[in-house]
Write a protein that binds this ligand. Structure first.
Ligand code: C5P
Length: 311
């Protein structure tokens, strides 16, 4: 490729996600748990802009305290860029600019969205031309939620959450998200779940190592019916997240009182996702929650996965 063909920058946008359903099974020897989950990508995005550079560097904006996001190899987007370079034999580097909107450590896969966006951006910037399957493989090595951030839409995740199958979802679903200033650690919430299950006498083979998403969840999505979906939304990580952050219970109650159909902890929390009947209802719920001093965002799903905005 000639030097003149190198873009000055590539801008990629990737969505945050809500786990509409999250069943957690047993813990494997590698520390990961079997999952049966339904992801929905929502209209809250991470923007990653990749600039050609000799080395690897990263900057972060869009959040009150950028120091909460590492800019070294602990950052999943940085790891994504280096993994792509190693996999393709690319010898120069990249500067990644992360413009964040998804809450940090909020249970919405913001770091995974950054990684997915970085993979797509670097692949375009470096003209490495990876196939979708290769991108998926690298994404799965980076983290369980990264493949979904690549694909977007609504999908069933099994295995560690990285084996994806698209789920049919009609229309749009309106969500109100209540964010928290302080995040929760995903590994700590899974560990808390294991502890809680052990204390409550879970049998050796209960929870199972392999589990399914209940049919009514898939039917509700296919029908585009928020009332049916609200009736079967569920998250196994809600109990440990509430044990870790009991105040979230008040948030859930406040959203339901304001008229949300259902409210659950998103992923490992602490973001709370409220499903609403309509855009109007969501705006009302958002207003009520904001009036009580909370940070509430109105988003919708499903939306597309990581995609190039400009190159
Ligand atoms: O893959 P990711 O980096 O997103 O996972 C973060 C942590 O969440 C893992 O280190 C693990 O403790 C926990 N996890 C899990 N089972 C999964 C996914 C994540 O135990 N299927």
């Amino acid at each position: 490729m000639s030097l003149a063909a190198v873009p000055e920058a590539v801008h990629v946008r990737a969505p945050g996600k809500i786990n509409v359903y999250l069943g957690v099974g047993g813990r494997h020897d590698d520390g990961y748990h079997s999952l049966a989950t339904v992801f929905q990508a929502v209209s809250l995005y991470e923007d990653v802009i990749a600039y050609p550079d000799d080395g690897f560097s990263l900057s972060v904006s869009g959040i009150d305290d950028p120091s909460t996001v590492p800019v070294d190899d602990r950052n999943l987007a940085m790891r994504a860029a280096k993994m792509l370079a190693a996999a393709t034999g690319y010898t120069a580097g990249v500067h990644l600019e992360l413009r964040k909107s998804v809450p940090v450590a909020g249970g919405m896969g913001g770091g995974s969205a950054d990684a997915a966006a970085a993979l797509v951006a670097c692949d375009a910037l470096w003209n490495t031309g990876l196939s979708p399957q290769r991108l998926h493989e690298l994404a799965a090595r980076l983290g369980a939620d990264v493949p979904f951030a690549l694909h977007g839409g609504t999908a069933v995740g099994t295995g560690r959450g990285d084996q994806l199958n698209p789920a049919l979802a009609r229309g749009r679903f309106d969500w109100v998200l209540v964010t928290s200033e302080a995040g929760l650690s995903t590994p700590a919430i899974y560990a808390r779940l294991d502890e809680h299950r052990a204390q409550n006498g879970a049998l050796a083979d209960d929870p199972p190592l392999s589990l399914d998403v209940p049919i009514p969840v898939l039917q509700a999505l296919r029908a585009g019916d928020p009332h049916s979906l609200a009736a079967c939304m569920y998250n196994d990580l809600e109990v440990p997240a509430l044990l870790e952050r009991p105040s979230l219970d008040e948030v859930i109650k406040a959203g339901l009182e304001a008229g949300a159909l259902s409210g659950i902890v998103s992923g490992s929390g602490p973001t709370i996702a409220f499903l609403c009947e309509s855009p109007e209802s969501a705006r009302y719920v958002q207003g009520e929650l904001q009036a009580s001093g909370r940070v509430a965002l109105h988003v919708h799903g499903p939306v597309a996965g990581a995609r190039i905005i400009s190159a």
